[in-house]
Design a protein around this ligand. Structure first.
Ligand code: URA
Ligand code: SF4
Length: 188
């Protein structure tokens, strides 16, 4: 199955209660040949309205960091979320909602077979890396699991609130560029 077929299936998903309050399912965006996959938490208001990931203020910041290391969601990476439908009032996804939605992300993984996965924020990092992952203490560290390199960094929305973390976040993206040079074949 390809990503477009999977997207079509996902767009009609009713596996969890978030389907009742969404405007659009936010399946993901990027190129099907991506070796680098970014995983956020879940859609916010702008994403819910447009059906695309990271298109609000935090998305503009993410795009700046991507641009700085020669990544572009339309050229050489892919962006997805733990939950594909917006949690009301932007609350954290409930464990049951993340659990219900994970099969979609697993299928995205299976199709893309990324070399590097960057978890944006605690919710994604604790799902994808380790249940007790600390972004503050462990951001920027690459951890290999089953032949895939995982790294957790600050969520862009958190960086908009806590600007003092921006230099650390930027350093994580520079470390990402280095890692891409080492393990990716056609990203650069
Ligand atoms: N925050 C996220 O975690 N994901 C998005 O797609 C947008 C904002
Ligand atoms: Fe389906 Fe995920 Fe949306 Fe829940 S959040 S309805 S599991 S796509």
């Amino acid at each position: 199955m390809d990503l477009e077929t999977l997207r079509t299936q996902c767009l009609s998903c009713t596996r969890c209660p978030l389907h009742t309050t969404r405007t659009n399912v936010v399946f993901g965006q990027g190129v099907p040949t991506a070796e680098v996959l970014f995983v956020g938490e879940g859609p916010g208001q702008s994403e819910d309205e447009q059906g695309l990931p990271f298109v609000g203020r935090s998305g503009q910041l993410l795009d700046k960091y991507l641009f700085a290391i020669d990544l572009d969601r339309n050229q050489n990476c892919y962006i997805a979320n733990i939950v594909k439908c917006r949690p009301p009032q932007n609350r954290d996804p409930l464990p049951a909602e993340s659990e219900a939605c994970m099969p979609w992300l697993r299928e995205q993984f299976r199709i893309l077979q990324p070399k590097i996965v960057v978890c944006l924020g605690r919710i994604a990092a604790q799902r994808m890396i380790r249940a007790d992952f600390s972004v503050t203490k462990e951001h920027g560290t690459f951890i290999e699991k089953g032949g895939i390199w995982f790294m957790g960094t600050f969520h862009p929305a958190a960086l908009l609130r806590q600007k003092q973390n921006k230099p650390d976040a930027f350093a994580d993206f520079l470390a990402l560029r280095e890692k891409i040079g080492q393990v990716c074949e056609h990203t650069y």
